[in-house]
Design a protein around this ligand. Sequence first.
Ligand code: PEP
Ligand code: MN
Length: 356
Amino acid sequence: MQDVHELLKKRPLIISGPCSAETEEQVLTTASELAATGRVDILRAGIWKPRTRPGSFEGIGTKGLPWLQQVKKYTGLPSAVEVATGRQVQDALHFDIDVLWVGARTTVNPFSVQEIADALRGVDIPVLIKNPINPDLELWTGAVERIAKAGIRTIGLIHRGFSSYGNTEYRNAPMWHLAIEMKRRHPEMMIICDPSHICGKRDTIPGVIQKAVDLDYDGLIIESHVNPDEAWSDNKQQITPSQLEDLLSKIVWRFENSDKEEFQNALANLREQINQIDDELLLLLGRRMAVSENIGQFKKDNNITILQTNRWNEILGKALQQGKKHGLSTEFITKYLEAIHLESIQHQNKVMNRVP
Ligand code: PEP
Ligand code: MN
């Protein structure tokens, strides 16, 4: 049996399986169909389900853990489950679960995360930590730190999107910039995307996966069920194993780096062009500000205000037209000119307030 820490280094790492383990048959059939795709590395299955409202299916509980042992016996797939309490950690370990994850509703609660960390002390199992429900990177980092302090050597991040009021496009808004910032803060940690909980529905999943792949994520965790419409939880976002296979075959996989010399040379050449253009742009911007200062001096000598709205509208209108011709978006031109304008005013101000 392959070491699970080594397995987690596979790229792209694909984790898939039902939102919830429901019956032994459902888990085993889903797992064997997923294993047959040859694309899935780890089976996920929710055993204890944190549900927003009481009365929904709250998970099969400890009874489902031996089913995951069966999965490993028959398909070879290791399994991952969500844990939210110390007791759940102990039960999962007792039944040889290979990977644990901390859910979004738990990451928000330092007491719960600490309880999990305490139960993990002295245990060698990989732990994946979902982002908290609310867009707060400190909470996410805090959870990582608590688990790391317990001595866990393989920790990964799962980006599952953030709750935001009035958001309709996604179940949980991805807010990609937050995940990118988290990756920047923890470059040693793998980050995988959970398109199922970001989307909340099947049809937008492929676009979110492609975006994650383009952003160089290390892997994906996708909910899959033999009969998604009849699933006991998250039935709108689950896909069948064969839909998963089809979807993954259509993704364009990209790599951050290629060792091929030809590729490296071409890239170095293009990067040099960018460096040159950036140098020229900065030189031109410096020159533009110098002209601004001359204008400032001229206005001062003639006692005229710095800001002249008509002139500014004229510049903006012209730039938008020109920018469009060069394929630049209105949003970019507006932001760019606003920044230039602000800097220009500062330069003119400097001249205006210069004591002779
Ligand atoms: C889940 O993975 O089924 C789950 C409950 O996800 P989250 O913690 O992201 O809501
Ligand atoms: Mn789910």
